[in-house]
Design a binder for this molecule. Sequence first.
Ligand code: GLV
Ligand code: GLV
Length: 321
Amino acid sequence: MKIFITRPIPEIGVNMLRDKGYEVLINESAVDRPADKKELLNGIKGVDAVLSVLTDQIDGEVMDAGLPDLKIIANYAVGFDNIDLEAAKKRSIAVTNTPGVLTNTVAEHTFALMLAISHRIVEADKFVRAGLYNAWGPMLLLGSGLSGKSLGIVGLGRIGSRVAEHAVRGFGMKVFYSDIKQSSEFEKEFRTQYFENLDDMLGRCDYVSLHVPLLESTKHLINEERLKLMKTTAYLINTSRGPIVDERALAWALKERWIRGAAIDVFENEPKIEPGLLKLNNIILTPHIASATEETRDKMAELAAHNIIETLEGRVPPNLV
Ligand code: GLV
Ligand code: GLV
């Protein structure tokens, strides 16, 4: 069996595949850049499985280059908007993702962003390094707290639920959520309130955190109109997918102070960033690293490799999407 890995990933996953006696081809040159289309088209030729990452656009053309041998595309991510699922289905190619293993890490990053923006950590660090800290001040760099505040979760999947749990148990926040479905058990356990209509929730939240997958229906879910529905004191956190937010509208909202701040890990046209955002100090930007801890990336590599092994040994992989 031959496996193509589109970019170098943690060794532990590679070794699992090699230990099975598979021939593993790694696109070694794509370390700090995405694989290009030519590399994908060439690499996929004659292989039984592809281990892809979220910067790979795997469309029908790429899949065709892998036929007739290609049986599975194992995405090293929980999101799979980079893969054309319809095209895979038509060609009977399995697609898997890596859910679960990154839930805690992404929830933690969500809080890292929430705390950093509300406590003005990045601004404060810049202030100290710039030599501006001359004296303690009663009004110096005043921020905003989490405790007792309301958090609106948009999308109550695994990650959204974990964020809600930390918010209630760890920070004494009041949690609201909006999702296509209501979860009564969750509501009871965490004393949360469900909003069928996102618009009705936004104006009540001190923090809004996005946890929906990227779909046609979620693109620009947070647009100009919805940013205007938020409190002027509210913060927006995005660790899901960039296109969920209209980035130009966000830049405008932050500049004109429709909302107080934002902290985002994902961008509409990664790795390009709306220039307006870069000039503002009421936003924190991280480069799509919400799942980037050593231990979690190891687990993602293991899970992607496991999905490949199960498929190639004729079993149903655990994380079919
Ligand atoms: C990262 O964004 C992922 O989907 O795993
Ligand atoms: C992803 O793991 C989600 O369901 O939130």
